[in-house]
Design a protein around this ligand. Sequence first.
Ligand code: PAF
Length: 282
Amino acid sequence: MRRATTIAKVRAAVRAWRRAGERVVFVPTMGNLHEGHMSLIDAAREHGERFIASIFVNPMQFGPNEDFAHYPRTPERDEHMLRAAGCDLMFMPDVEEMYPNGMGHATRVEVPELSDILCGEFRPGHFQGVTTVVARLLHICEPDAAVFGEKDFQQLTLIRRMVSDLCMSVRIIAAPTVRAADGLAMSSRNQYLTDAERARAPAVYRALRAAASRLAAGGREYDDIERQGLRALESEGFRVDYFAIKRAEDLGPPTPESRHLVVLTAAHLGKARLIDNVQVTL
Ligand code: PAF
């Protein structure tokens, strides 16, 4: 596995592969890799001959009171895991390489509306930081395909929109959420949970599944289903940002004709903010 910290080195490697007719698949990450990331890498393997993973904790997507400084960073372990997974190139830029004119002066990419709902309402500026860094990473790596996890469903939806709006020639591949045996979605932020909180955390997936079951059984009282989910989480001690039913295609409000829905939630438990979602096809 090659290791690159500069854009020039990534470009040289990718262009040589592409000249040789090899398809390049890209997996962007913020490091602290876990089983969830490994599933993105497995998905990547099915779509090309070469794959690149980036590790960059992007300051632009963290709010002033968020966990940028404390976000878990485990570069040696990440490198070892990527090597073992057969990754061809690990791109680990520093902040200056990604934002050479300073973050405050960087050109930004913003998907309107979609960036302001759900998590965007509670984390102002977050998605602009995500789409800006992902646009830069896609231009740097020039991949044929890039893989994103369905756990960050809103992020995935925004990136699909950005790629379509900006006519970027990259295929976006969605990788299913990886869960612990008790249903908790894998996330680096699960490390913030105490043992007692970790024992309560599967309530998130239970509440989402209960809502999805009501929808699958023909329930259309969206407000009531959302309220029930919110109460279920509050009664387990969560502080809930939202518990919402949306159309899966574009995160718009569901209508009786909608056939593909997604139930999404973000809820705080102790120091952790957990997000998760379940899709329902009717
Ligand atoms: O999902 C993440 O880890 C990040 O938001 C991403 C896509 C790597 C951009 O920083």
